[in-house]
Design a protein around this ligand. Sequence first.
Ligand code: F6P
Length: 371
Amino acid sequence: MAETRVGVLTGGGDAPGLNPAIKGLVYRGSELGLEVVGLFDGWRSLMNPAPEVLKLDREMVRRWDRDGGTNLGSSRTNPFRLVNEQGESIDRSQEVLENIQKLQLDALVVCGGEDTLGVAARLAPRGVKIVGVPKTIDKDLNGTDYTLGFDTALRNVSEVIERSRTPAGSHGWVQIVEVMGRHAGHLALWSGVAGQSHLILIPEHPFRYERVFHLLRERLGESDLSRGLGQRPRYSVIVVAEGACAQDGELVTIDDRHDAFGHVRLGGIGEVLARRIASETPYEARAVVLGHPQRGGPPSPIDRIMGMMFGARAAEAVAAKQFGTMVSARGVAPACELSLVEIETVQGKINLVDVERYYDTERYHLKAIGM
Ligand code: F6P
């Protein structure tokens, strides 16, 4: 059987589950006559005048299912908008097309989120034969119910919430845990439920400071003296999504720089909230920003399973020449239906928490569990 030569790349923020996906692609691909080569650092690899590839066979990827991050490296490169030495933004997508030819790639498997797959969606009409694999710890991608990395990040964040309870309880303070997710609150909401935080603030529903203070008073009592006598908790844990914002406030950002896809880096709402609590209530407050370790460590069992299944499904799509598509999961991982959706589905819309269905806008928590 004549082999189809497939390049695979991983772009955007790293996520546990990417390496299992590559293993699934290579293993299933080896049964379907695919020769798989790895491209380094996302789309950046195809901007290189002398692009290198890594031959990926069963022996090479045999142990990749247990590796976090991405063994191919990643970057947030946008070939449609690269900044030159004069500071001008230029379109270098033609170089990507030329490199695909130079490397004699018959097809590309692109593992990424909204941005990396958005580039894929713009290249597909120009003749690039692409199959996408969805990944992002934010779980905000349109067209799929699961994105690789979410479950591991959920595990990582839930563990920290759980562990923040003892210092907060011992000292009697309000612990704020700031969680990633960009403009979506999936990670904050579900880690807050799993770690049993007292309050959860998500981007989809702007919060009111007065309401947060009221809910704290309700739990902790009015003063230091009313706490610590075994009658009521003497601490509280609040999970706040980095993209959450008060009704009368603004998004809090690390600085005013934008990345190649036009995103600002979010961060700092936890500290803003801590200062307001400390100045407007009787309670001491501390904030921690969990940052990149949320995406760190070995993939969870769900991310291993979903990664390998997504990768294998992508191999089948390539073998069947079902290009211009993305692998999609419907239902709760891992017992879910896999199918293919048009790759353009990822553009122009993100998947947010369904507030009506899941979020209690009075208690700032998951609906209908009596928190
Ligand atoms: O999209 C994944 C993510 O981890 C977001 O949750 C977060 O806002 C962003 O990436 C951080 O960007 P960077 O990895 O460039 O610091």
